[in-house]
Design a protein. Structure first.
Length: 136
C-alpha cells in the first residue's frame, strides 16, 4: 500500500537497486495511478541520471545508468507491431525495461505491477511474476 507519491517512488527505488539487465516490468493501472512516479524511483534505484518524464508522446525513452532503463508508455500505441520496432530485445541485453500500460502487450511470463486507486493519495500496488532477485 502506498499513501503518497513519495512512498510509490521509494518502492520503485528499492526495486531499482535490485534491477538487472534483461528485467522487464509491466505497469498497469488507470490514468494518474502512479506508474510514472514508480518508474522515477525505479530509475533512481537503477543508478540512472536524468529526469524521468511521462513518455506519453514518445513510445520509449532510454536512461543511462548502472542498469540502463528503457521507459516505455503504450497509452497511445496505435499498432501493436510498433512495439516490435522499439529495439527492446537489444536494450534488454544490457538493460531493463519498464512499460506503462503494459497490459496492451501480450507478453506472458513477464512481471507486472498493478496499481489500484483506493483514494486521493492511496494506491494498492500488487506485484506478480517477479524474479527472485527483485527487492520488494
Ligand atoms: N500514493 C501515490 N502514489 C503515486 N502517485 C500518487 C499517489 N497519491 C497521489 N498521487 C498523485 O497521482 C499522480 C500520479 O501520476 P503519474 O504520472 O505517476 O501516474 P501514471 O499512472 O503514470 O498516469 P498515466 O497513465 O497518465 O501515465 C501524481 O499527480 C501524484 O502526485
Ligand atoms: Mg505515466
Amino acid at each position: 500500500m502506498s499513501h503518497g507519491e513519495a512512498e510509490t517512488e521509494a518502492a520503485g527505488e528499492r526495486l531499482g537497486t535490485s534491477l538487472q539487465a534483461g528485467d522487464v516490468l509491466l505497469l498497469n493501472g488507470e490514468l494518474g495511478a502512479g506508474k510514472t512516479a514508480f518508474v522515477r524511483g525505479l530509475a533512481r534505484g537503477a543508478g540512472c541520471v536524468g529526469d524521468v518524464l511521462s513518455p506519453t508522446f514518445q513510445l520509449l525513452r532510454l536512461y543511462g545508468g548502472r542498469v540502463p532503463l528503457a521507459h516505455v508508455d503504450l497509452y497511445r500505441l496505435s499498432r501493436p507491431s510498433d512495439v516490435a520496432d522499439l529495439g527492446l530485445e537489444e536494450i534488454l541485453e544490457v538493460g531493463a525495461a519498464a512499460i506503462e500500460w503494459g497490459d496492451r502487450l501480450a507478453w506472458p511470463g513477464v512481471a507486472s505491477l498493478e496499481f489500484e486507486v483506493l483514494g486521493h493519495s492511496v494506491r494498492r500496488l500488487t506485484l506478480t511474476g517477479a524474479p527472485e532477485h527483485w527487492s520488494w
